[in-house]
Write a protein that binds this ligand. Sequence first.
Ligand SMILES: C[C@](O)(CO)[C@H](O)COP(=O)(O)OP(=O)(O)OC[C@H]1O[C@@H](n2ccc(N)nc2=O)[C@H](O)[C@@H]1O
Ligand SMILES: Nc1ncnc2c1ncn2[C@@H]1O[C@H](COP(=O)(O)OP(=O)(O)OP(=O)(O)O)[C@@H](O)[C@H]1O
Length: 290
Amino acid sequence: MSFLEDAAPASPGAAASRMAWAKVNLTLHCTGQRADGYHLLDSLVVRAGVGDALHVVPAEDLSLTVSGTRAEGVPTDARNLVLQAAEMLDAGAGRGAALHLEKHLPAAAGIGGGSADAAAALDLLSAHWGVPLPADTARLGADVPVCLTRGPQRMQGVGEVLTPLSALPPCQMVLVNPGVDVPTPAVFSALSDKNQPPMPDVIPTFAGFSDLIDFLREQRNDLAAPAIAREPVIASCLEALSDAALARMSGSGATCFGLYANAAQAKAAAHRISAAALHWWVAAGPILAA
Ligand SMILES: C[C@](O)(CO)[C@H](O)COP(=O)(O)OP(=O)(O)OC[C@H]1O[C@@H](n2ccc(N)nc2=O)[C@H](O)[C@@H]1O
Ligand SMILES: Nc1ncnc2c1ncn2[C@@H]1O[C@H](COP(=O)(O)OP(=O)(O)OP(=O)(O)O)[C@@H](O)[C@H]1O
């Protein structure tokens, strides 16, 4: 089980570090489809207080090593979004950096693990090399622009249109992943109605936890039904979170989140679910305010 307290501090030899916080889609409405096949979205996105950590030390060449509880199977070559972000930023200039990724988020899990790592790499290396961020970071992945922001965001377009929202009331979250990879393209393809209603034009400022929950209850994750049809265990994750004020799936799955009013409730739920489903990944922490 992972908690915010487990988040890796800057490693002793690192010149600089960044956290790559999990991205959670509190809502995910699919409102259309572009001619190139990408889907138009309307999503309320937050960061959970659990994530990967990326460290850099100066070096002649560009390199990446990976450790951590979820390091198994994560590529260390050019397939890794951290190195793709570095190459994008370097633009062929041949700059070096020794990068080390502490991987704690499951991959292909709907919480943007790879996208958050790419955003952390862009932010870290932009400062380390003294070069500006490129404009078209969505080329690395539709979730990369939102992972470069802090605080709650309304995400529209195919992921590149971002509107910062007022801070949410304090809210604790439990994340549960049953260990099945859910490929994003397959879930989008299986979505039968791609023209569903957006969120309201104006997202209100929430006075307290119960106002936030009341609002979210009226919203949807349109990818939940096709994801559950592919992987029915996702419904079991939602069932395991049934003591939460609200339980939904994030992104294209399979990770589900439960929202709780306080940390004691969230930790109790996380312990209960971990004990009952030993092979599931379970994490608890606050929604990050900024
Ligand atoms: C489902 C979300 O996680 C919601 O935040 C994102 O839209 C997906 O973000 P991502 O994994 O960074 O997406 P990408 O790596 O750019 O795209 C993976 C695949 O998802 C599908 N895709 C993604 C984003 C989008 N707006 N429409 C899509 O149809 C496409 O088939 C694409 O080939
Ligand atoms: N830094 C990285 N960490 C994890 N996986 C990576 C990384 N870089 C590349 N990958 C590859 O990308 C794939 C998808 O990873 P990622 O965690 O971004 O997907 P996701 O959880 O589906 O994100 P989303 O929330 O956008 O659906 C993995 O199968 C993995 O092989």
